[in-house]
Design a binder for this molecule. Structure first.
Ligand SMILES: Nc1ncnc2c1ncn2[C@@H]1O[C@H](COP(=O)(O)OP(=O)(O)O)[C@@H](O)[C@H]1O
Ligand SMILES: Cc1ncc(COP(=O)(O)O)c(C=O)c1O
Ligand SMILES: [Mg+2]
Length: 277
């Protein structure tokens, strides 16, 4: 076994349905050939008797701290990624851990909404992410809604507004931001915009007419983190993550009548390893 294996930590919520959250992160880290570690911040359950309503149960910050101590007892990490963070206390704790261990290659996925849900999950967390985590971010990966919230620009519907929000988010301290146009931006392409304070780079793929994209955002951010851990530049890591996520969406499937997750094995053609009936 190679002793050069790259270690990536995710600090995220558990999505028992398997498409998003730390489940998406771990599956993606594995597909990238990296070693994933997890600190669970919250457990999300979906209610099949009430239209798949999401309920978030945050984990005690002390227990989150113990998980991180376990992870960091293995030495320096090559990258880390955050997802749903559970509470403001957990966000404060995370900031102190990033500082104390001088963690590099920090990918902040500022999860504020889940697809198919109208409510903002834990609105107070958005503010804390903005104040405490952006300045530690190698890259932050908001969708259109989250970019509008972080930048304070409100609803985003155009590429120019994506650029304006990206500019503000870099001003807030993030080294890079990739604003995900995804399905929400009007037009035939799924466009993501990367900005480093100097240059805008666009990443495009054909937009797929599908609702089977649960977990796309988590997968994209996890892929960026794994790419950075392996020593890629931010630009290359985003380009690779875009392809990885596009394939995962292409092979999304209906889990039930409410949700369709992406399939994280698609890029590496893991279906070829499936047992044939
Ligand atoms: N229908 C789609 N077709 C192609 N790419 C998509 C589609 N929906 C999302 N994407 C891409 O998937 C990635 C995750 O974006 P998005 O789904 O907007 O994030 P989130 O899950 O956080 O809302 C981005 O690269 C985005 O452009
Ligand atoms: C634990 C958790 N994290 C993150 C998300 C956001 O997922 P997405 O990748 O679709 O933005 C969800 C959505 O259900 C979730 O349950
Ligand atoms: Mg998301």
């Amino acid at each position: 076994m190679s002793n050069n294996i790259k270690k990536v930590m995710t600090v995220a919520g558990s999505d028992s349905s398997g498409g998003a959250g730390l489940q998406a992160d771990l599956k993606t880290f594995e597909e990238y050939g990296t070693y994933g570690l997890t600190a669970i911040t919250s457990i999300v359950t979906m209610d099949p008797d009430h239209h798949w309503h999401h309920a978030v149960q945050p984990i005690d910050p002390e227990l989150v701290h113990k998980q991180m101590k376990t992870i960091l007892a293995g030495g320096a990490l090559d990258a880390m990624k955050t997802g749903m963070l559970g509470s403001v206390e957990i966000i404060k704790l995370l900031r102190s851990i990033i500082d104390e261990h001088a963690i590099q290659n920090v990918v902040i996925d500022p999860v504020m909404v889940c697809k198919g849900e109208d409510e903002v999950v834990q609105p107070e967390n958005g503010q804390a992410i903005r104040e405490l985590l952006l300045e530690k971010a190698t890259i932050v990966t908001p969708n259109l809604f989250e970019a509008g919230q972080l930048a304070g620009t409100g609803k985003i519907t155009t590429l120019d507004q994506m650029k304006e929000a990206a500019h503000k988010i870099v001003e807030l301290g993030a080294k890079h931001v990739v604003v995900k146009g995804g399905k929400a931006l009007h037009g035939p392409k799924a466009i993501d915009l990367l900005y480093d304070g100097k240059e805008f780079v666009l990443y495009e793929a054909d937009k797929m007419e599908t609702n089977h994209n649960h977990g796309a955002g988590c997968t994209f951010a996890a892929a960026i983190a794994a790419g950075l851990a392996k020593g890629n530049t931010v630009k290359d890591a985003v380009a690779m993550a875009k392809q990885f996520t596009t394939e995962a969406i292409k092979q999304g499937f209906a889990f039930n009548q409410y949700v369709g997750p992406v399939w994280h094995g698609a890029y590496n053609k893991a279906e070829q390893r499936m047992v044939k009936p």
